[in-house]
Design a protein around this ligand. Structure first.
Ligand code: ADP
Length: 525
């Protein structure tokens, strides 16, 4: 069905468009082909390619509420993004064809920074880059957690359960106090914010009674319009640590060696562990190392690692605090690494208020400096760069990490791709990551990414593991795996969905949660 016909099937007719335009002004409504800006820029294979029917950009809570009123009246399915830079996981693309993307990038105010208590209050359109610039411009001596690529937003990233680095790396854990617009247009403030004028809104999540904050993460129950984001006071010093190991078999032992150091607080953040190929893709292109068919063979990976001075596995993390503390912590880590033959650790020491221009680029994330340089990883295979990411949760033990590695690497290589990935070690759990870079103009490559992604999901699920986050096209498939007791959890989520959003206007299909409204379910997409 042509794009606009699909949008009309979703009730997006001229009347509805005129009503949306009245909410935000003609400059802030895009439709027909103009809405393609919010399709998945990295769509691959025959993966269902949802195209937005329109994109609406409200600038305030009042404009957003007006958009919701139109959506209720016309029964329009919406899809919310903060800045829509969740690239690799579908970008701003909706789950359903013809849905109206509600893009909150114009709600971009930093509302407060509190140095004494360590938090900022932001709107969804504030990007990591913006918050950092704001802290710098106003001389706030605060350290924020940033992901590897900083063009997304603290709110969007945290709601998707994304993570960054430094002690506040767990973004969803460090949101505190939300403002949410519900499907019926009602504005809710969570936790202490439910009391008019309470001064502890962004300090204590709990409030009085049930907390609904978790219900707003990876969900389609409400639209978050502001949030408290924890910040840390700049420490006196930061020591960045880069561990390099000698053997391709080292990832299990390395992870097992670092885990106790995270659990006892010696390392105060997560640690990211990448193989030589993923690090090489941040610094170079594949044709420099291998132009033969299929996955890069072991000898080529070994030669590449040597030429670039990389470990076969490379861990990166930071140590934070008074120099006496960071020196002691780094000595403990170094001592522990003696148990892994051939492992070495490079460190760099910074004062907490380092001028970003003077920091080594490989240390930026650990220093809380957002950037976009790592986008080049998508260009690994040349052509028109695109990527998608596979992210699986597993216990942080040597046995599980080794098993994950075997499963993911063999599946990726069987499809002719290089395994570029590793683990983010969070303490008790690790997230196994595989970065799948491809040339989006190469139909064969793009089709193989699709097949590969399905295989990765199915094989992992058969082995007892599951992804925590995914491209919208795979949300139903993954949600199937979370099926304990005949999908009791999804049934609860769908009951809540139907109670809060009986017309099913908010992000239908998000995370496999579909509204009960007839005609709006996954068979309709
Ligand atoms: P980022 O700003 O980091 O690029 P996105 O805007 O792409 O993140 O958001 C990622 C996902 O998180 C969206 O697809 C949506 O499901 C959810 N999300 C983002 N912002 C909001 C919000 N303000 N309210 C509710 N859900 C949101």
């Amino acid at each position: 069905m042509p794009l606009f016909a699909k949008a009309q099937a979703m009730n997006l007719n001229e009347r509805a468009l005129a009503a949306l335009q009245a909410c935000v002004g003609s400059e802030h409504l895009r439709y027909h082909d103009d809405a393609r800006t919010h399709a998945d820029p990295y769509a691959f294979g025959s993966v269902h390619r949802a195209h937005p029917g329109a994109v609406v950009l409200p600038a305030s809570v009042e404009e957003l509420r007006a958009v919701l009123a139109v959506a209720r009246e016309h029964r329009l399915p919406l899809w919310t993004v903060s800045t829509g830079r969740n690239l690799g996981y579908g970008g701003a693309s909706p789950r359903t064809d013809g849905a109206v993307v509600v893009d909150l990038q114009r709600m971009n105010r930093v509302l407060e920074v509190n140095e004494e208590l360590g938090y900022a209050v932001v709107e969804p359109g504030v990007r990591f880059l913006d918050l950092y610039a704001h802290l710098q411009q106003h001389g706030h001596r605060m350290l924020m957690s940033v992901p590897d690529i900083g063009w997304g937003s603290p709110i969007g990233n945290a709601l998707e359960r994304g993570f960054g680095y430094a002690p506040l790396w767990d973004h969803s854990a460090h949101l505190c106090g939300l403002e949410v617009v519900m499907a019926n247009g009602r504005v809710v403030r969570t936790g202490m914010g439910a009391m008019e004028g309470n001064s502890a809104w962004h300090l204590y999540k709990g409030g009085f009674g049930p907390s609904i904050d978790g219900l707003l993460q990876q969900s389609n129950f409400g639209i978050v319009t502001r949030a408290g984001v924890n910040l840390m006071r700049q420490p006196e010093s930061v020591v960045t640590c880069h561990v390099k190991t000698a053997s391709p078999d080292d990832v299990g032992p390395l992870l097992a060696l670092l885990r106790p150091l995270l659990l006892d607080g010696t390392i105060q953040s997560n640690a990211i562990i990448g193989n030589a190929t993923v690090i090489a893709s941040m610094m170079s292109e594949r044709p420099r190392w291998w132009t033969g068919p299929g996955a890069m063979p072991e000898h080529a990976v070994a030669a590449m690692a040597d030429a670039l001075g990389l470990g076969r596995w490379n861990a990166r993390f930071g140590l934070y605090g008074h120099p006496g503390m960071t020196i002691a912590r780094s000595a403990i880590v170094r001592d522990a690494l003696r148990a892994l033959p051939g492992a070495r650790m490079e460190t760099r020491e910074y004062s907490g208020d380092i001028d970003p221009a003077k920091a080594h680029p490989a240390d930026h994330a650990q220093l809380g400096i957002p950037g976009t340089a790592l986008v080049r990883m998508a260009a690994w295979r040349g052509g028109n760069p695109a990527h998608t990411d596979f992210s699986l949760v597993c216990p942080a033990t040597e046995a599980h990490a080794t098993r994950q590695l075997g499963l993911i690497q063999s599946t990726v290589e069987a499809q002719g791709f290089d395994y570029a990935g590793g683990f983010t070690l969070g303490g008790r759990h690790a997230i196994a990551l595989a970065l799948l870079s491809f040339d989006k103009d190469n139909a064969d490559e793009s089709a193989r990414v699709h097949t590969l992604f399905e295989q990765l999901i199915d094989k992992s699920v058969a082995a007892g593991y599951a992804p925590y986050r995914a491209h919208p096209a795979f949300m139903d498939r993954i949600s199937q795996a979370y099926g304990f007791n005949d999908h009791a959890l999804r049934d609860v989520a769908e009951s809540i969905k139907n109670a809060l959003d009986p017309l099913g206007i908010l992000s239908p299909g998000k995370q496999g949660i579909w509204p009960g409204r007839p005609g709006l379910n996954k068979d309709h997409t």
